[in-house]
Design a protein around this ligand. Structure first.
Ligand code: DGL
Length: 281
């Protein structure tokens, strides 16, 4: 598809009669990491409907090509739009850094992404050394390179790809010896360089924040971005007069391209027990 060409599935805009203020906010990730972002959005916008997609069949994104990730982002955004989404949150650093620009060129609704919190970390560090934990793909993108170049003028940025961590999190394997060993392998080089601030550059890692803090030690600050993303979602919806005009409680709907039983179990642990789940078709 030529860059800038609108897709056959039309984007819903404020002028589109199918989109109402009570249309859902679409949120997606390769799996469950984006639930941490959805949670923050839910807390700030209790009246909004949320439609969450976990692309679990294709997780992790972190070892996939740009082209593959871009294609999945378009497939999922089309899916969200045909279900009336009024905005899309790319709750995945890997997808955002790989291809959010192309997504924004294709669709006209607000598209909000998540990038590693390098800027807040640079403001927070006192040792002038910041560690970044992220997927291999995120760290290879131009978008991350330019983010790093912009904010690391007076700070040393130590980046650490964590290729095996998303598997552990998708398996809800937070406290096993294997996960602990991986965290030690990934965090130690950052500490050895003198990092006093560590960026969680993948939304999945939010679910290991406590374990990462234990390995890193009390003196190290952990920076995550889900609250900043949720604030940005509020700001964008406000700006475009898209906030739901209701005082009621919004619904949350969960879809996956992967195994429904596993997704149900993941939601039991990370969202709330008994949440109905649907196949992304
Ligand atoms: N949660 C994602 C991120 O923020 C994707 C991780 C993956 O699928 O590799 O990068």
């Amino acid at each position: 598809m030529a860059r800038g060409l609108r897709r056959q599935v039309p984007a819903l805009t404020e002028d589109d009669p199918r989109m109402t203020l009570s249309s859902p906010i679409g949120i997606f990730d390769s799996g469950i990491g984006g639930l941490s972002v959805a949670r923050a959005v839910r807390e700030r916008l209790p009246g909004e409907d949320i439609l969450y997609v976990a692309d679990s069949l294709h997780a992790p994104y972190g070892d996939k090509s740009d082209a593959f990730i871009r294609e999945r982002m378009h497939v999922i955004t089309d899916f969200l739009l045909t279900r009336g989404a009024k905005a899309v949150v790319v709750a995945c650093n890997t997808a955002t850094t790989s291809a959010i620009a192309q997504l924004r060129e294709t669709y006209s609704i607000p598209i909000i992404g998540v990038e590693p919190g390098v800027k807040p970390a640079v403001l927070a560090t006192r040792s002038a050394v910041v560690g970044v934990l992220a997927t291999p793909r995120t760290l290879q993108t131009h978008s991350f390179e330019s983010l790093a170049a912009r904010f690391s003028r007076n700070v040393k940025l130590v980046v650490q790809p964590c290729p095996n961590l998303v598997h552990q999190i998708e398996a809800l394997d937070f406290d096993s010896e294997r996960t602990r060993a991986l965290l030690e392998e990934y965090v130690s080089p950052l500490l050895a360089e003198g990092a006093d601030t560590i960026v969680l550059g993948c939304t999945h890692y939010n679910y290991l924040a406590r374990q990462i803090a234990q390995v890193a030690g009390e003196a190290v600050q952990i920076i995550s971005t889900e609250q900043a993303v949720a604030r940005e979602v509020v700001r964008r919806l406000e700006m475009q007069s898209l906030l739901a005009d209701t005082t009621g409680q919004g619904q949350s709907l969960f879809c996956t391209s992967g195994d429904l039983t596993l997704f149900r179990r993941q939601l039991d642990g990370l969202w709330q027990p008994g949440e109905p789940v649907f196949a992304m078709e």
